[in-house]
Design a protein around this ligand. Structure first.
Ligand code: GDP
Ligand code: GDP
Length: 417
């Protein structure tokens, strides 16, 4: 089970800059103007062979100029609910502000490890100024400069040392783990109910796990599967539901622990920013995906043109990743609920496919021979053989050739090599 680290703090202290440094994302835009950074909520970081996820809570604030204390408080509280380590960022150049104190008040009471980070410590002299932050009552501030990267190695050491997470729960292999994700009101609880109804007796608790187990095993229509974090979805938190990022934060853990994600889209509302945020988390984790356009019973025009329009719009918004199926369903009338589970199972089977080296070469080598790679600087490139890489998240293949530099490694899924 992955650890989740949240970066909190008031606007302009450098959260986004630190996020970029930790996740090495290039696409995020950082600017001196508050609120111009958007695409930067969720990323992966690896340090000392430990991979963990990082969220920048500031990434969800559309217009940071209007961020009120109350908004920041809620952000911090949600981060405390969902994350394993909090990085509380302050700005050594401005010193302690009222907003910093308000955030520190909440964090001091938390059980989640909090690391106080004095950012913008670009010079050694500024280290003296950082001492001022002791009065926030959160221990020694770690001095870093997100802009230059100085101090971030020590910070990462401390982050990794703060992880207390237990090992993954024991779940049976060969059974897909499904996360149902989507915006508030998309119909997540309803589809889970549709999966469960009059079947409560088949719900089995996993032996030896506690009540907060995030996996629950089900059987429906002859499919065996685990639902991830069902309790979390059914335990509604009305207070926070209106926050744009709330359902995104909630989804992270479920997605990370799943094999296949069912992304619920409300047919009556279409695709919104949050859907795309959730989709990106699925995609960054290389999970299987089924898109369910839910509440299909409420849609009047069910013509083929309407269906094609829906499909086209969804794929356009999720481009360049368009390789998923879309199912038009209704959690309430249970129309095509079976199809959803069938598709989950199909994707799971595809993801766990193992192709023998012999079979692979028998199929691939003739194809390569018929359509050989272009020669490089007059040198002929010959693919000798190929094989599947064992133990990857999605089927991945390696091709061996006579000229290393002449071959663009074509790996289906992410290239780890
Ligand atoms: P956020 O609103 O907390 O996400 O803050 P940003 O990451 O957008 O940074 C706000 C401003 O502070 C930008 O102009 C950054 O270039 C600047 N900044 C961030 N980190 C540092 C740092 O370590 N040193 C200095 N001097 N400036 C920084
Ligand atoms: P969640 O917030 O994603 O868990 O959404 P809920 O499952 O609580 O559904 C939100 C609202 O939409 C509820 O009033 C549901 O009854 C309704 N709803 C969910 N799925 C459907 C559907 O397929 N058709 C119709 N007509 N209503 C639905």
């Amino acid at each position: 089970m992955g650890n989740l680290v949240a970066i909190v703090g008031r606007p302009n202290v450098g959260k986004s800059t630190l996020f970029n440094r930790l996740t090495k994302t290039r696409h995020a835009i950082v600017s001196g103007e508050a609120g111009t950074t958007r695409d930067r909520q969720y990323g992966k970081c690896e340090w000392c062979n430990k991979e963990f996820s990082v969220v920048d809570t500031g990434g969800w604030v559309v217009n940071s100029d209007d961020v009120f204390e109350e908004e920041i408080r809620r952000q911090v509280k949600i981060a405390l609910d969902e994350c394993d380590v909090i990085l509380f960022l302050v700005d050594v150049k401005t010193g302690v502000t009222d907003l910093d104190e308000a955030v520190a008040d909440i964090l001091r009471r938390s059980k989640v490890p909090v690391i106080l980070v004095a950012n913008k410590t670009d010079t050694n002299e500024l280290r003296y100024d950082a001492a001022d932050f002791y009065r926030l009552g959160l221990g020694e501030p770690m001095c870093i400069s997100s802009a230059s990267g100085s101090g971030t190695g020590d910070l990462l050491d401390k982050v990794v040392a703060s992880f207390t997470k237990e090992l993954a729960e024991a779940v049976e292999d060969n059974i897909p783990r499904i996360a149902v994700v989507g915006r508030p009101n998309a119909g997540k609880s309803s589809i889970i109910n549709a999966f469960l109804d009059d079947n409560r007796n088949v719900v089995t608790d996993i032996a030896g796990t506690t009540r907060d187990s995030i996996y629950t095993k089900y059987e429906k229509f002859g499919f065996n599967f685990y639902l991830v974090d069902t309790a979390g979805i059914r335990k509604k938190n009305k207070v926070n539901e209106d926050l744009e990022y709330y359902s995104v934060m909630r989804s992270i853990r479920a997605i990370e622990n799943a094999d296949v994600c069912v992304l619920m889209i409300d047919a009556t509302r279409g695709i919104e920013g949050q859907d795309i945020n959730i989709f990106q988390i699925v995609q960054k984790n290389q999970k299987g995906l089924v898109v369910v356009v839910n509440k299909w019973d409420l849609v009047e025009d069910k013509s083929n043109e309407a269906i094609r329009y829906f499909e086209r719009t969804i794929r356009e918004r999720f481009a360049p990743f368009t390789d998923f199926n879309i199912i038009f369903a209704s959690a309430v009338t249970k129309q095509r609920i079976f199809k959803v589970l069938e598709e989950v199972q199909r994707i799971y089977n595809v993801r766990t496919t193992k192709v023998s080296t012999r079979q692979l070469n028998e199929v691939m080598l003739p194809i390569i021979e018929a359509t050989p790679p272009p020669s490089l600087k007059g040198k002929y490139i010959k693919i000798k053989y190929c094989m599947q890489i064992p133990e990857t998240r999605v089927p991945s293949f390696v091709f061996y050739a006579n000229l290393r530099e002449g071959v663009v490694q074509k790996v289906f899924g992410k290239s780890d090599s």
